[in-house]
Design a protein around this ligand. Sequence first.
Ligand code: IPE
Ligand code: IPE
Ligand code: MG
Ligand code: MG
Ligand code: MG
Length: 794
Amino acid sequence: MNEELLINADECYRHAEHKAAHYFKSLYAQVLEKTYVPSLTEDIRSWKHNHIHHHSLFSFFSRTKGNPDSHGYHHYIQWLKYTGKLDNYLNRSISYIFMRDLSKSLDSPETLRRIDRVVDSLKNHLSHSTSTNQGAKDETFSMAGLYRIAQKEGVESSLIWVINKLKTVSSNIPKGMDAEQAQRKLIKIIAGVIMQEVEEMNDKTPPEERSRRLDSAIRLGFSYGLTYPFIDDLLDAKILSEEEEKQYSDLIRTTIITGEVPDLGEWEGNNVALIEYIHAELRDAFMYIKNKQRQDTTKNFFEQSYVFFNSQEVDRVKDLSNANYTNEDLYIPVILKSSSSRLIVRSVIGAPEDKKLDDRTFFYGIYNQLADDFADMFDDMKDGAVTPYTYYMKYHDKRLDLINPFEMYWTVISNLIHNVYDSDRKTCEVILDRAINGLKRFKVRMGIKKYNEVMELFATSNPKFNRLIQEMVRKADDVDFFDKLLRDHIITILKNNRREQEDFINTSKTLRNEINHILHIPQMEDMSLMKEPILDAANYSLKGDGKRLRPIVTWFMGINAYGLNKLAIIPLLRSLEYMHTASLIFDDLPSQDNASTRRGRPTLHEAYNVAISELTGLFLTQKAIEEQTSLDQFDSKTVLKLIQYSAQTTANMCRGQAMDLDSKGKKLTLNQLNMMCFYKTGIGFEASIIMPAILAQANELEIEVLKKFARHAGIAFQIKDDLLDLEGDSTLLGKPIGKDAENNSSTFVSILGQEGAKKEMWENYCIAMEALQELPRNITFLKHFLNYIINRDR
Ligand code: IPE
Ligand code: IPE
Ligand code: MG
Ligand code: MG
Ligand code: MG
């Protein structure tokens, strides 16, 4: 290697190992002396007063009534509120996070004040988002909710950026890895980095600086978080071949040591495309972090990174069939990887050095790792991964020198409480809560039988202590944590969203096919006398590769939301697509946008001529009305109302289109822009939602809310269309790009710029989502339709 080295890797790793060995030695001595037994026995004795309740009849009822298992997020929070447990629950959870993620010590009055403030605002948020009687409302983790928060903080662009990044990451996660888990981890890391940065600021930080620092935190969090799915998890998942793995590890190693990302070079193996994507993403991420470092933090950052990376490598290459690992071999990398993964967070944001804080982080890490490894021991065993637990499971009979990892776990806890946190009561409380909770969760997940087996295998040599622990696991209450609840909740939401969105896309595909079959306009009479081009022209336009969104929406509204008869509304589906196709024919004319392709084929005036196109446009709008008049399953007054509405729609679309043409080269205001887009595009979407509502005789109030939704969904649709004209792919779109700039059209992009247009799209997205909350009925597909609108690439 002839690149210049930024750090001396071996030396820095040796140095870190040395420190870890020292820590290990002290823990080992405590394991041998069993100091944890008397100290924790004492701690648990006083701890249990707050956790073991002798249930009165009342509390028995309140316990059973509220169903305190944490399956339903909202129910559980409600239950905590109802039983008066919410304050304690949140306090315990936030205190724990301050200790674990921010390495704070809980004996500082300042920290306790901060915790109280966070608890208060979280409580506030939770009472808003969980107090509604409709379980379907879920604002805890909605994109619209997040965007509103980002707006308040002035970091909309960063949120839009990170949402897109998360989306591409999850779509690039290879089979064999869990896309939602990867997303969740990333979200967690980003949240951790943001929390760190927030802790570095205070009330006096000016708002612009706050926004700027939060923006960096989001991007840094993502950049650092990316290493989890794409380095650690990828290497764990055994997706790459052995050679690929080696080549990949070398690449990462070289990057950290030299501070430069090498080119990918020749890649032998089956995963070229994956690696190319990851290489490009990690390179951007790496460069972003590197460029954010100050001169005095760079070296520290690279050293931390190296220790983190290398300790994981050392751990990963261990082989469960090797019977000769020493206790040091087992525990030192654990100490190193768990502490460096946390230490690095502060160095990523370039936080000032804080020796006390760093020490706490260093000592704390192994606690977390041992708790995690305990929970995962059977999965790890299946994967053949070496952890203190799997190794002990396999060799405890033959290797009497091996430390029992469960004893090590309690030793670490005792050491943290008494030696690191100076026997602070609150620390003791929170750590014991967490430890007992971990065992309770494990017991529920594994079932009693398996749990007892595990407890027998890892029993400490002190039966009295074992019994005490088991008694706590059986009887202690109030040891659960919000972050665990949130974790499950986020995964549920991510998985549900993905499933629902897939369902929506699949149903839409099927519908699109069905709609394609009903659009054709048949010959009305014998035309053998003369060639008649209009019908051919109309069918040519209809046959193109359109998305059929308007009739699809109408179908969902009509059938799903209003339970109308499928056959009865077919004419309505046709009429909407006819109206829309007519608008496209006009829009493409040389006198308007002058476009040469549409729906993946030459525009109508290219294939035929302008005159025929004009006539075909008119023809189709009339055909649309004719279809509506054949809605004979409905009451005629209702149909009349529908036709009136429809005629107004077409007229308004013409007005919108004229405004559009008239505004070429003009600098419209945002209000004018919104109005123009509502008329030219929003109204068409409104029609597809409102027409079935008219047929179903929905009440005025509901129609008003639906109109509000449609208006903003429609505008969001047009903004996305404007953005695609700038950054889309014309083959996918089936129409040319760059047309708006060429025509000097006034669009969201030309007036607000690309970033501004994105923000405005999100603004409209949020208003539309919020409108859905006002609806008296739950129309989930509208939510998915809206998500589709802003995420589509055609
Ligand atoms: C294009 O509409 C015209 C706009 C309102 C921006 P679509 O994007 O729905 O076009 P097709 O029907 O799929 O061709
Ligand atoms: C068209 O807007 C609006 C209509 C409903 C005709 P655009 O002119 O942006 O539509 P595309 O991009 O040509 O499809
Ligand atoms: Mg146009
Ligand atoms: Mg156009
Ligand atoms: Mg366009």
